[in-house]
Structures are given as C-alpha cells and as structure tokens.
Design a binder for this molecule. Structure first.
Ligand SMILES: Cc1cc2nc3c(=O)[nH]c(=O)nc-3n(C[C@H](O)[C@H](O)[C@H](O)COP(=O)(O)OP(=O)(O)OC[C@H]3O[C@@H](n4cnc5c(N)ncnc54)[C@H](O)[C@@H]3O)c2cc1C
Length: 354
C-alpha cells in the first residue's frame, strides 16, 4: 500500500509533491454542475455504479485507501457515509478529502442529525475546496438507533431544506443569510429515497419534492423486491421524474439468512422479503447464494425503465464487489476509473474529484 501517500501526490516527474501543486483541475463541462467524474458518466448516458465505503474507526489514512482500492476499475464514485445508523466513525468530509487526493470521485453524504446550518455551510465550502464534487443530502438516522442514544440530535435542517440550502449556495453564490461567497461550491446534488417503506404511494411524491428542492441524482435504500420496485418506478416515470433525476438503486450481498434477519429487524427502512431469506437458508453456500441473488437483482434493476445505475452497499463484503459487478454485466464492458490506469485519461492525478 501507499504508506500514507496517495499516488496522486506523486507528481508526473516522479517526486513527491504538495497535494495540489502538480495538477490543473479540468474545466467544468458545459451544462454540468460539478467537475465530478460521476456527473460526467451519468450525463454521457452510461449506466453508473457507485459503492459505499465502510468508514474506519481509526486515524490511519491507509485504512481509507485500502478500502477504496478494492473498488478500482469497478465504480464511478465512492460514497463516504456520515455516521450512518447514528454510529460514529471517521467523518465523511475527511474521507472525501483523502479520496480526492488519490484521484477518486467521492460522494460526500451529509446527515442533518449532528450539525446545524452554520456548521453545514462551512463543511460544504471546505469539502468543495478539497475537490468534493457530489453531495448526498440526508435527514439522517435518529440518535436512538445508534450506539450513543444519549447524544443530542440537531436536525436544524432536513434533507429537503439541506438540498435547497446547498443549491442556493451553488447557484446564487451566497450563504443562507444572503452574505455573498467569492466563489460558490460546484456540486452535483443528490438525495436518498426508499421505495420499500410504506405508505408506498407517498414515495414518488417525496422523490418529487427532493427533485424540486435540487436533487440531481438519487441513491435508494436496498432493493430486494423487484415487483414493488417496478411499481414505484412506473409511477416515477408516469410523473416524468426519471427525466429530471438520475436514479441509482441500492443493492447488497447478504452473506447468510441470519444476517438478512438481523438487517431486516435492526436497520431502519430495509425490506427483505421472506423468500430471499429462505433462499439463503436453503443454500449449501449461503454467502455465494447471497452474491448470486445480488447479481440477479442488479440485472433486473438494469432492465427497469428509468434507472440510471446501481449503488452497492455491502458492509464486510466489499472484496466481492468486483466479482458481483463483473458477473452482473451491468457495466456492459465499460471500465470505470482505476487509479494509475495508463489507458484512462480520467485516471490522471486530480484533486477535483474528476
Ligand atoms: C442510500 C442511503 C444512504 C444513507 N446514509 C446515511 C448516512 O450516511 N447517515 C445517516 O445518518 N443515515 C443515512 N441513511 C439513512 C437515512 O437518512 C434515514 O433512513 C432517513 O430516515 C431516511 O432518508 P432521508 O434522510 O433522505 O430522509 P427523508 O426522506 O428526508 O425523511 C425524513 C423524515 O421524513 C419522514 N418520512 C419519511 N418517509 C415518510 C413516510 N413514508 N411517511 C411519513 N413520514 C415519512 C420521517 O419522519 C423521516 O424520518 C441513508 C439512507 C439511504 C437510503
């Protein structure tokens, strides 16, 4: 591994350089909101793949780089979670800062649980300054589901008001107070959606609200129920939302029936039909069966009208991501960013999350 020095910090002339002195950020393409590679892939009409990076409980940057390295050549962006499940880990903004230094395109997740609007506006500026091009706006899990239920929940904003705030900072180049910014954040804005949480008829309306507030891409909760998902997408397409927002659908490989049951009862908003659990229970090799199920779901999701990509969330199964993506064929032979890949112009060192 890199002993703490990401390859992007090694300049083209071979020597270690300062983090930002070797590279000229690319121009933001016309009609784009960020310089992010993820936005370019989606706007080019490719089927995108993103993956969630498990945040370390450590100060060691190599733990971030090791976890990111397993995604090389398979994903178009890496999501850095923000205290998901209301459990503390290394912060999303720090993980993104490390990732951009190594040329990765991160999606910074922002939950409203722990910070008020003053802190969040400061973090948006700082993240954009460090090259973060994509932000996923979340209300966030409540403190009661985490390992520190006595923590004070903030929720000064929610996902919709957070989207509106960052869009205002980007488009009007002002803080929420109206005070001008000398340079606004160039960011591609996203939000989460859960098509599998009742009342189902409310879900497309919630999505519409997020799109109107500024969401340009969506990453959904885990999909294990294709018929339910297709009913959601039919409504989304009837409302024309698929033409206004890129929708990436959450998937994950379940390693056992026991894990499936645990996730179903402990992770808020996750719906796993009993037939999926039974399939794992009856398999000789449940972990391999879980990956096979994930591959089949990805293929069916790709065939669903209005879908722009897949978002893989597989905690402790990240080493199988390449195998799952390859088996599914969803990339159609396309090879996403691989650090240090000489054939890819997009793999050049860059700190602007390209
Ligand atoms: C892809 C993904 C990534 C995530 N990452 C994180 C993370 O990094 N950190 C973290 O803390 N959490 C994370 N979560 C969890 C998520 O923030 C919570 O599950 C949240 O309650 C729902 O998503 P949201 O934040 O977009 O909430 P919103 O859509 O803004 O909903 C917030 C609130 O609205 C109300 N609401 C929502 N749906 C309904 C409904 N059907 N009927 C009535 N009221 C409703 C509820 O009170 C809910 O708590 C993630 C979820 C997803 C799908």
């Amino acid at each position: 591994m890199y002993a703490g020095t990401p390859p992007a910090m090694l300049s083209a002339n071979g020597g270690a350089s300062g983090p930002f002195d070797h590279d000229t950020p690319p121009e933001k393409p016309a009609g784009h909101y960020s310089r992010s590679r993820f936005e370019r892939v989606l706007r080019a009409g490719h089927f995108a793949v993103t993956a969630e990076l498990a945040p370390p409980d450590s100060v060691d940057p190599d733990e971030v780089y090791r976890r990111a390295a397993v995604f090389d050549g398979w994903v178009d962006a890496i999501n850095a979670t923000d205290g998901s499940g209301a459990n503390v880990h290394m912060s999303a903004v720090s993980i993104c800062a490390l990732l951009t230094r190594a040329g990765y395109s991160p999606v910074m997740q922002m939950s409203c649980r722990d910070r008020n609007r003053i802190a969040m506006q400061g973090d948006v500026l700082g993240a954009a300054a460090m090259g973060v091009g994509c932000i996923l706006c979340l209300t966030g899990d409540g403190v009661q589901v985490g390992d520190q239920p006595g923590a004070k929940p903030v929720f000064d904003l929610g996902s919709v008001s957070l989207l509106r705030m960052i869009r205002y900072m980007r488009d009007e180049k002002r803080f929420l107070s109206g005070r001008p910014l000398t340079k606004g954040p160039e960011v591609f804005l996203g939000a989460a959606e859960n098509p599998f949480s009742p009342p189902y008829e409310f879900r497309p309306l919630r999505l519409k609200k997020k799109v109107e507030a500024g969401a340009q891409f969506i990453q959904t909760q885990y999909c294990f129920d294709i018929p339910l998902f297709r009913r959601f997408m039919d409504r989304v397409c009837d409302m024309g939302l698929h033409e206004k927002v890129f929708i990436l659908v959450g998937v994950g490989a379940l390693p056992s029936a026991r894990t499936a049951r645990w996730v179903r009862s402990h992770v808020p908003g996750v719906h796993i039909p009993e037939e999926c659990v039974r399939r794992l229970e009856q398999a000789q090799n449940p972990a391999a069966e879980g990956r096979k199920l994930c591959v089949e779901l990805m293929q069916q999701i790709k065939e669903t009208r209005g879908v722009s990509g897949i978002h893989v969330m597989s905690p402790r199964q990240e080493q199988y991501l390449g195998e799952i993506v390859k088996e599914s064929g969803v990339l159609g032979g396309r090879r996403p960013f691989c650090r240090g890949d000489p054939q890819l112009p997009m793999a050049q060192p860059a700190h602007h999350g390209v």
